[in-house]
Design a protein around this ligand. Structure first.
Ligand code: 0A1
Ligand code: ZN
Length: 878
C-alpha cells in the first residue's frame, strides 16, 4: 500500500545526489526495449557533510539487467530493489552509475513512460513517467544535460528523435540504424522525450530577434501532412509574440512538434521536442472546427511558452506545478486575446472557469493552487492548478500594471534561469520590482475554495453619495475548515442611470476616474463614493478581475440597463447572463411546482435589441445570444434538478425563437459567407453568430430552419458549419433527418479518427432518451477503443456531460460510467481518475441520485485500485 501514502510539501528535502549529465541508449523493440543509462552523479552541496548517504533512485516496471558504479558491477548485497525504488547502499562523493534495464512499451496502456501509439514509439514523462524508462532521481529539482542514442529498425522506424540537436547517425547490423541527440540545456527528467516511427515532416524557419536561425519541424503520419499549416503558423506567431511581449527568445537551433494519436492530455513541452495529442495539432477546414483551430493555436503557444516558463525555469517540486502552469496559461490566454477577439476570449475562458473550476473548488477534490499533499500527482493537473493559477497571475499583472509585471517577469527569468524554483520565488520577484507587500495575496496559493462576495449598495440622494458594502466569505473545503480573508481586487465603475455613462468617481476625497480598482482585504469593508452627478448602477468585477462569486441584488431593470450601457464588454455580457439566470430561476421553480411557465418579456426585449441593433463585434454578440449552459445553471442551484434545468432552458430558447423568429432568420441570412474558409477572427465571428441564430430556429423545429440546417450540412463548406448543422439535426427530435446525415458523415469520415471523435460526441450528447443506448452501441463500433483517450473522452466523457441522460433517475448513466472507470483503472489510471469526476459531485443532487452515485463509487472502491483512482474515490466518499 506504500503507493497510497501521501507526499507532503512540508517534507521537501533537496536531493542527496544530483546528476550533472545523463547518457542514454535505447535499443527499441515493441515488447523488449533495452535502456542503457550512464549517470554522472555527485553529492548535492546541501548534503556535503552528511556522512554516507545511500543513493535512492526511482524505478517502476523495470527489469534490471546490469548495475555498476564506476565500472564495477555491484554484488547483490550492495543494492536493494522494491517495486518503486532502487537503493545503492554505499557510493562515493562523485561517480558514474551504469544501469541496463528492459521495458515493455507495447504493454504500456497507461501512456506514461515509453509506449507505442499507432506503431510509433513515444514518451510521456511528466510528471513521474521517466521512472518507467530507467532508474533515476525522477524529480524536477535534479537537472542534467542529456545525450541520447536511439536505435531502431531502419524500415519501420526511419525517424528517430530526442531532445536537443542531432549530432551523429549511422547504420547498424540487422537493418538497424541510430541517431544520437545532445541537449545542452540542463533539464529535469520530466522534460525528456523520445519519438521513433515512420513519420513525415513539414519544415519552416524562424529567425529570432537576436538573429538565431531556428529550424521548425512538425512531424506527422503521412496522411496528415495537409493538416499542419495552422500549427506551424501558430508556432511562428507564438515565437514572435513571446519575443515582443516578454522578451523571450528560443534557445536551440531546432524546434520539433510531433503528433501522436494516443495521448492522455493535450500536449507536452519536452525540451525542443514537443509531443502533441493529434487533436491538439492537426487541423484542416474540412475536418476541424473554428474552435479546434483556436484550440490548436493556443496549445501550440502554451507548449512553446513553457520553454521559458517551465523549462528554463522549472519547478522545485510538484507542489509548485502552478508556477509553470498558471503562468503559462496566463501567457497563452494573453497571446490568444491579442491574436483573436480579446473580449470573446475572456468571455469563453470565464464561462468555462465559472462552470468547471467553481465546481471543482466546491467539491470533494477541492485543493489550493499549491496543494500541501497528494497521493498521485497525476490527479493534480486540474482546472485549479491551471486556470485558477492563471487568474492569480492575472491579478498580479493587474495589481502591478503591465510595465512592472514585465519587469518582475524579467527578473524572475534572469535570476532563476537554469533553476528549479518555487511560487515564493515568482511572487517575490513581483514584490521586489513593485515594492508591493504581497503577503496577504499569497493566501490565494494556499487557500482552496471560491470566495463569495456579498455586495450591497445604496445611493444617498441628499448627499450625492454611493455607499458600497462588500463582505467576503470562503466556505470550508476538505481539510480547511477555517478561511482567512483574501486580498481581492475588484475593478468597477458606476454607470449613471440618467446618462448611461460611467460616472467620475471620488473615494476618500481622491478622484479615481471612471474605472477603478477597489481592494477588499477585510471580511467586510465599506466604500463611499462622493460627489456623484447622478444615481448609479454599479458595474462590479469588470473583466472578472478576481476568481470569485459576486452577488449583488440587481433588479431586472438594472441588468437590462447594464446590458445596454456598461462600458465594460465583459460586464455587458455578464449582465445578460445574470438577466437570463433570473428568468431561468423562475422557470425552474415553475417547472418543479407544476405551474405554467411564462417567459420574461424583458429577456425577449433584450434579445430583440441585440438582434436588431448595430454591432461592431459579432463574436461578442454571438456570446451575448448564448444562454447560460445547463452545467452553469446547475452550478447556481442549491440542489441540482437536471430535468427542471433542461426544461427551463429549452423553454427560454423556444420562447425566444417563437418571439423573434424573423430576427433570428435575418441574422442567419446576413452572416452567410461565400469566401473560402479561413480561421480568421471576422469569419469565425460570422459563423458563430449564424450558427447561434440557427440553433434557436431549429429549437422550435421550424421547417424552414430544418431545411436550412440540412442545406448547410449538404453544402459541406467547412467543418464548423457541417458540425453545427449535424449537431442541431441530431439534437432535434427529427430522426428522419438526423439518421441519414449521421450515416453519411460516419461513412465519409470513417478513416479520420479526429472526425470520428466528433461523430461519437454529437450522438451521445443528444437530449433524447436513447442517448445511453447509443453509447452502448457505439462502444462496440470498430473505430472505438478504450485504449485511446480521445475516444474515451469523445464517447464516455461527452456522454457524462449530457445532463439529462447521464443523470437518468434509473442510475443507468452512472452505472455505465463506473463500468468504464473500472475497466480503465487497469488500462489507464490517469484517464480513469479523470473520467470518474462527475460521480464525485454527488452532494449536489437530490437524495435519490445521491444514493445511486454513491453506490457506484462504492462499487469502484471495491476494486483493486490504482493510486490515481483510489485517491479520487477516497476523497469523494470521505
Ligand atoms: N505540461 C503539459 C501537460 C501534461 C501533463 C501531464 C501529461 O501526462 C501525464 C501530459 C501533459 C502542459 O501543461 O501542456
Ligand atoms: Zn502547461
Amino acid at each position: 500500500m506504500s503507493a497510497m501514502q501521501p507526499t507532503y510539501l512540508h517534507d521537501y528535502q533537496p536531493p542527496a545526489y544530483r546528476v550533472t549529465h545523463t547518457e542514454l541508449k535505447f535499443d527499441l523493440s515493441s515488447s523488449a526495449t533495452r535502456v542503457t543509462a550512464r549517470l554522472h552523479v555527485e553529492r548535492h552541496p546541501a548534503h556535503q557533510d552528511a556522512g554516507a548517504l545511500p543513493l535512492v533512485l526511482n524505478g517502476e516496471q523495470l527489469t534490471l539487467k546490469r548495475i555498476a558504479v564506476d565500472g564495477e558491477e555491484l554484488e547483490a548485497d550492495e543494492y536493494a530493489q522494491d517495486d518503486a525504488t532502487l537503493t545503492v547502499h554505499r557510493v562515493p562523493e562523485s561517480f558514474l552509475l551504469d544501469t541496463e534495464v528492459e521495458i515493455d512499451p507495447a504493454a504500456n496502456t497507461a501512456l506514461s513512460g515509453l509506449y507505442q501509439s499507432s506503431g510509433m514509439f513515444c514518451t510521456q514523462c511528466e510528471a513521474e513517467g521517466f521512472r518507467r524508462i530507467t532508474f533515476y532521481p525522477d524529480r524536477p529539482d535534479v537537472m542534467a544535460t542529456f545525450s541520447t542514442t536511439v536505435i531502431g529498425d531502419r524500415a519501420t522506424l526511419p525517424v528517430l528523435l530526442s531532445n536537443g540537436n542531432p549530432v551523429e547517425s549511422g547504420e547498424l547490423p540487422d537493418d538497424r540504424h541510430f541517431v544520437t541527440w545532445e541537449d545542452p540545456h540542463p533539464k529535469p527528467s520530466y522534460l525528456f522525450a523520445l519519438v521513433a516511427g515512420d513519420l513525415k515532416k513539414v519544415e519552416d524557419r524562424f529567425t529570432t530577434q537576436s538573429g538565431r536561425d531556428v529550424t521548425l519541424q512538425v512531424w506527422v503520419e503521412e496522411e496528415n501532412l495537409s493538416k499542419t499549416d495552422h500549427a506551424m503558423a501558430s508556432l511562428k506567431r507564438a515565437m514572435k509574440w513571446d519575443e515582443e511581449t516578454y522578451g523571450r527568445e528560443y534557445d536551440l537551433d531546432l524546434f520539433m512538434i510531433v503528433a501522436v494519436n494516443d495521448f492522455n492530455m493535450g500536449a507536452m513541452e519536452n525540451k525542443g521536442l514537443n509531443i502533441f495529442n493529434s487533436a491538439a495539432v492537426l487541423t484542416h477546414p474540412h475536418t476541424a472546427t473554428d474552435a479546434a483551430f483556436q484550440r490548436v493555436e493556443s496549445i501550440v503557444a502554451h507548449e512553446y511558452f513553457h520553454n521559458w516558463s517551465g523549462n528554463r525555469v522549472t519547478c522545485r517540486d510538484w507542489f509548485q506545478l502552478s508556477l509553470k502552469e498558471g503562468f503559462t496559461v496566463f501567457r497563452d490566454q494573453s497571446f490568444s486575446a491579442d491574436t483573436n477577439s480579446a473580449p470573446v476570449k475572456r468571455i469563453e475562458d470565464v464561462s468555462m472557469f465559472r462552470t468547471a473550476q467553481f465546481a471543482e473548488d466546491a467539491g470533494p477534490t477541492a485543493h489550493p493552487i499549491r496543494p500541501d499533499h497528494y497521493i498521485e500527482i497525476g490527479n493534480f493537473y486540474t482546472l485549479t492548478i491551471y486556470e485558477k493559477g492563471a487568474e492569480v497571475v492575472r491579478m498580479l499583472r493587474n495589481l502591478l500594471g503591465w510595465e512592472l509585471f514585465r519587469r518582475g517577469s524579467d527578473l524572475y527569468f534572469e535570476r532563476l534561469d537554469g533553476q528549479a524554483a518555487t511560487i515564493e520565488d515568482f511572487v517575490g520577484c513581483m514584490s521586489e520590482v513593485s515594492g508591493l507587500d504581497l503577503t496577504q495575496f499569497m493566501h490565494w496559493y494556499s487557500q482552496a475554495g471560491t470566495p463569495e462576495i456579498d455586495a450591497h449598495g445604496e445611493y444617498d440622494y441628499a448627499k450625492s453619495e454611493y455607499h458600497l458594502t462588500l463582505r467576503q466569505r470562503t466556505a470550508p473545503t476538505p481539510g480547511q475548515p477555517d478561511k482567512v480573508a483574501l486580498h481581492i481586487p475588484i475593478r468597477m465603475g458606476l454607470v449613471g442611470t440618467k446618462s448611461g455613462q460611467d460616472l467620475k468617481m471620488t473615494v476618500d476625497g481622491e478622484s479615481v476616474g471612471t474605472d477603478t480598482v477597489i481592494h477588499l482585504r477585510e471580511y467586510e469593508q465599506h466604500f463611499v463614493f462622493t460627489d456623484l452627478a447622478e444615481a448609479p448602477v454599479p458595474s462590479l468585477l469588470r473583466g472578472f478581475s478576481a476568481p470569485v462569486k459576486l452577488r449583488f441584488p440587481y433588479g431586472r431593470e438594472d441588468l437590462a440597463f447594464l446590458l445596454q450601457h456598461d462600458s465594460d464588454g465583459f460586464n455587458r455580457w455578464d449582465a445578460g447572463q445574470r438577466l437570463a439566470m433570473l428568468a431561468l430561476e423562475d422557470l425552474i421553480a415553475a417547472h418543479r411546482n407544476g405551474v405554467e411557465k411564462v417567459m420574461d418579456v424583458r429577456v425577449v426585449e433584450a434579445f430583440r435589441t441585440l438582434l436588431t441593433g448595430e454591432t461592431d463585434d459579432k463574436a461578442v454578440l454571438a456570446e451575448m445570444l448564448t444562454l447560460p449552459s445547463e452545467a452553469y445553471i446547475a452550478e447556481q442551484q442549491p440542489v441540482v434538478d437536471v430535468d427542471a434545468i433542461h426544461a427551463a432552458r429549452t423553454f427560454v430558447k423556444q420562447s425566444l425563437a417563437y418571439a423573434l423568429r424573423d430576427e433570428f432568420m435575418a441574422v442567419y441570412r446576413a452572416n452567410q459567407l461565400d469566401a473560402p474558409y479561413a480561421p480568421e477572427p471576422q469569419q469565425i465571428a460570422a459563423r458563430s453568430l449564424k450558427n447561434v441564430a440557427l440553433s434557436y430556429l431549429v429549437a422550435i423545429e421550424d421547417e424552414e430552419a430544418l431545411s436550412l440546417a440540412q442545406a448547410q450540412f449538404d453544402a459541406d463548406h467547412n467543418m464548423t458549419d457541417v458540425r453545427s448543422a449535424l449537431t442541431l439535426l441530431t439534437h432535434s427530435s427529427r430522426n428522419d433527418l438526423a439518421d441519414p446525415a449521421l450515416r453519411a458523415f460516419g461513412e465519409k469520415w470513417s478513416h479520420d479518427p479526429l472526425v470520428m471523435d466528433q461523430w461519437f460526441s454529437i450522438q451521445v450528447t443528444r437530449p433524447q432518451a436513447d442517448a445511453l443506448d447509443r453509447v452502448k452501441f457505439l462502444m462496440e463500433h470498430p473505430k472505438f477503443s478504450l485504449k485511446n483517450p480521445n475516444k474515451v473522452r469523445a464517447l464516455i466523457g461527452a456522454f457524462a456531460s449530457n445532463r439529462v441522460n447521464f443523470h437518468r433517475i434509473d442510475g443507468a448513466g452512472y452505472r455505465l460510467l463506473s463500468d468504464v472507470v473500472i475497466e480503465l483503472n487497469k488500462l489507464n489510471p490517469e484517464i480513469a481518475a479523470r473520467l470518474v469526476t462527475p460521480l464525485t459531485r454527488w452532494q449536489r443532487f437530490d437524495e435519490a441520485r445521491q444514493e445511486l452515485m454513491k453506490a457506484e463509487l462504492e462499487r469502484i472502491r471495491a476494486e483493486d485500485l490504482s493510486p490515481n483512482v483510489y485517491e479520487v474515490i477516497e476523497k469523494a466518499l470521505a
